[in-house]
Design a binder for this molecule. Structure first.
Ligand code: 87F
Length: 483
């Protein structure tokens, strides 16, 4: 079989020259995703799915500590049910996909393909909750959802079908529900900052950007190197609105019938898209070690006369590294250089080279994917060194991402500065009046810049006037165009 040449294999554009072409090539050449015949529906290939599994494991472990249980609710939601709490679907109606037919027969009632599961879950909750002893009820599901977007699809970041978790909890006391909103938001911050090495801003959504079904919404937000913002995750306090429309009531300790308080929260496979854009470079993907399906690849440098010795050393090395996910790439139909390129493209954090000289000296050469730095390591010290290097890469990627974000955040005082920052595709921090009309005008004038959130950690206010309408501003908000 002819081997593809290096140019065909690798990414042919620079990330800084054409980031969207770069992204398209990386996701395909690094074997993360594949397009299909249905626009907006992509295949999550094993390399991408393995990253998702790492995120799932982390988040799932954390929510289980809070007493959340996993369950599965149906994919199809009867139309009447979806529309029961009409306010929350109103804005989303154009994105709902419907099943209207089974075989040749038309259905009596259309079935929505799950865009989110509030309605189907809360209909069941109304049957299950009777007394304060049934609370809190904390259920999560890991599922696919469909939103029939009409904007240009972008794999991971804006696809019609994606994977997420949605948590839906019910509490007797408002306080408990509100505490949970922030506890979950903190776990989301950790998913992004500790696992994906992506810095995020925690904050409250503006009234016009919050989930219509919520009393208020909180989010973690970031901006990726294409200059677009990504809402990384959201955690909503739903108050008693759904309880009212779905008839969820409980008999409290004092003998009174009451409406409980609810939350819902979610993050999705978008997170993988943000990771690719944040850390990737001209050679391809760079995966933070904590979410990397493979920590290191061993590439033996093989010559006919020393092949046996080198392979033996490489196998011993693999054994020494059994606590890590390590691949020994001993394919002899490819040159070492070809393999180096391939594993760089696929983002493996460390490459370990063993050649005949290394065998003689009882050394190996370890190369970092993030910086390209090489170091010679004594074979017996390799496990400790690999651990140290993986920690170092995780830390460096986060530090690098933080300084990039800092450089690409603009604190603006007035509309002039605001418009310049929009042109430069920066994340904008500005004093804002919190008025819906003002946000709408900003969106119109800038072709889509919107309020991402109002950060909990408020930066120093550079002005007391709204950067757009000049009326009095009590808070600083984050603005950008988003995916
Ligand atoms: C699309 C069609 C129908 C978003 C939709 O954020 C309904 C909806 O309700 C919809 N797109 N939403 C909001 C989702 C709210 C909430 N659900 C649970 C989350 C997190 C997980």
């Amino acid at each position: 079989m002819p081997k593809p040449d290096k140019n065909e294999m690798g990414v042919t554009v620079k990330k800084s020259d054409d980031i969207s072409e770069w992204y398209t090539q990386v996701i395909q050449k690094a074997e993360l995703a594949e397009y299909t015949g249905v626009s907006g529906c992509m295949i999550f290939r094993p390399r991408a799915y393995a990253i998702w599994e790492k995120l799932q494991y982390f988040f799932d472990t954390e929510i289980k500590k809070l007493g959340v249980q996993n369950a599965y609710f149906p994919l199809f939601i009867p139309e009447a049910l979806l529309k029961r709490e009409s306010e929350h679907v109103a804005g989303f109606a154009p994105e709902v996909a419907w099943v209207t037919q089974g075989g040749d027969s038309k259905l009596n009632e259309r079935l929505a393909v799950r865009p989110t599961s509030e309605t189907i879950m809360y209909d069941a909750y109304a049957k299950w909750i009777r007394s304060h002893r049934d609370l809190p009820l904390k259920i999560n599901q890991w599922v696919n959802v469909v939103r029939w977007e009409f904007k240009h699809p972008v794999p991971f970041l804006r696809s019609r079908e994606f994977l997420w978790q949605e948590g839906h909890t019910v509490h007797a006391k408002k306080d408990d529900a509100e505490t949970e909103v922030l506890t979950i938001l903190e776990i989301y911050r950790r998913v992004f900052e500790e696992m994906l090495a992506i810095p995020v801003f925690k904050g409250k959504k503006s009234v016009n950007e919050k989930f219509a079904g919520a009393d208020y919404s909180t989010s973690v937000e970031t901006i990726v190197p294409s200059g677009k913002a990504v809402q990384a995750a959201t955690s909503h306090h739903l108050g008693q609105r759904f309880a009212k429309s779905f008839g969820i009531e409980f008999l409290d300790e004092d003998g009174q019938k009451k409406l409980p308080f609810q939350n819902s929260w979610g993050f999705s496979t978008r997170s993988i898209g943000a990771m690719i854009l944040f850390h990737g470079d001209d050679k391809g993907l760079v995966i933070p070690p904590k979410v990397a399906p493979m920590h290191a690849v061993i590439v033996p440098i093989l010559f006919d006369d020393t092949k046996e010795k080198v392979l033996k050393a490489a196998n011993k090395l693999k054994e020494l590294l059994k606590d890590f996910a390590v691949l020994l790439d001993d394919r002899d139909s490819y040159t070492p250089g070809w393999k180096f390129n391939e594993w760089e493209l696929k983002g493996v954090p460390l490459r370990i080279e063993v050649g005949p000289k290394d065998v003689v000296n009882d050394n190996v050469v370890v190369v970092r994917r993030d910086t390209g730095e090489k170091c010679v390591v004594r074979t017996k010290e390799v496990a400790g060194k690999v651990k140290e290097l993986l920690d170092g890469i995780q830390k460096n990627l986060f530090e690098r991402a933080k300084s990039w974000l800092k450089e690409n955040t603009a604190d603006v005082k007035n509309w002039d500065e605001f418009s310049k920052a929009v042109e430069q595709k920066k994340l904008i921090r500005a004093a804002w009046c919190e008025k819906t009309e003002c946000a709408e005008q900003i969106k119109e004038k800038t072709e889509g810049v919107k309020v991402l959130n109002i950060p909990f950690e408020q930066p120093k206010k550079v002005s007391d006037e709204c950067a757009h309408c000049k009326s009095s501003a009590k808070i600083v908000a984050l603005f950008a165009k988003s995916y």
